[in-house]
Design a protein around this ligand. Sequence first.
Ligand code: EPZ
Length: 430
Amino acid sequence: MTKYVIHGGKPLFGEIEISGAKNAAVAIIPAALLVDGVCRIENIPQISDVTSILNILQELGADVRTVNRTTVDVDCSHVRNAKVPEELARKIRASYYLIGALLGRFGCAEVPPPGGCDFGGRPIDQHIKGFVAMGADVEVGGGYIHAKAKSGRMQGTQVYLDIVSVGATMNIMLAAVLAEGMTIIENAAKEPHVVDLANFLNSMGADIMGAGTDVIKIRGVARLTGGTYSIIPDQIEAGTYMAAVAAAGGEVLIRNVIPKHLECITAKLLEMGVEVEERDDAVLVRRCAPLTRTNIKTLPYPGFPTDMQPQIAAILCIAAGTSVLTEGVWDNRYRYVDEFRRMGAQVQVDGKIAVIEGVKQLTGARIRACDLRAGAAMVIAGLAAHGVTEIGCVHHIERGYEDIVRKLSGVGADVRVVVTPDEEKQAQVG
Ligand code: EPZ
């Protein structure tokens, strides 16, 4: 079992380099299925979700070559298989992008329902609605989603999303780039990774307009050809380290970011008394004074991101006064609160609302990461706490944060990785 052991209370000073965006990478890599030639993809984060999606492509027959630590060449020209292995697909949420990419490439796809963090129900009805509108039959059975374009090729059409969905927007885009005619997605998601996927596809010869607005128009083209593309920096990784500085105090330059993508996070940190200075491709974050309360509601971009909700909750736990946090995207994203309570946090949850009474000091405890961002929030709480925090189940964190322990240690945090024999095996032996 691997755990992180944190001796809290040490302010952070120095620089942290942000990696490529997870949620862009896990869509852009399967998008290579649509390309006839080699895609050189740069600024890839070294995280386990990326390894999983690359492994799936290799299983399907893609040629994946590592060029250097952050660059891979992916060539899917010889892929002939549209059935995704079950074990691999269940490990990650983003395996749903294989439905759109395989439908676009072959007119058919067999993909197991996706895995990923547990936030209550995570339906994909809007993805399916889009594929059906584009002329596919979609059935679920035998542990698989079976999708097939009735005419052999996806057909452009108009799709209105009932709910703003990042995954549905990007999946329909994938199914549409090689479709016959024009696809129009209305009420589309506007997240930076939606724009990044469109930019990747356009750089390979696609014809996509309006990404980043709520109407995206995709004119189908006959073929995409290879090229080189660099993934944008990770908005949520950057926001997580901004929150870490707010929690621990100190001054850190967070480099390789797009400050515009961070504005929704910066605005709330400023309200809480954190100093944030924007540079061209960096933000300087400084916390010298005590934190003050605020209210936050998570919303689709450009609103405050749901993927920063647990991390901001960690710092609201030590902000003077009472804060109200409203989750506007997921039904059940407060499963981590019990772990915070072990550290002395005062949080009451009622449905989608958490009321947080700031305490002077959290205290270290033994806790478990229950999902990716909740795990990151526990690291932040541990940095702020008095005493020692031990975090178990850190594989959740490593799904989405490259080298989090090295990056935090580099700015003065006392965080160590400790590997102990598996408790279950120990019990069996004993
Ligand atoms: C993406 O998930 C991200 N995952 C999530 O990040 C993120 O929390 C979420 O977008 C919202 O920003 C990836 O990009 C791999 P949605 P996704 O479709 O696409 C409802 C992280 O920590 N909905 O935008 O699955 C849904 O229930 C992860 O990095 C439907 O009702 O999210 C939710 O309430 C966790 N029907 C809302 O829409 C659908 O068909 C938004 O979901 C699809 C979604």
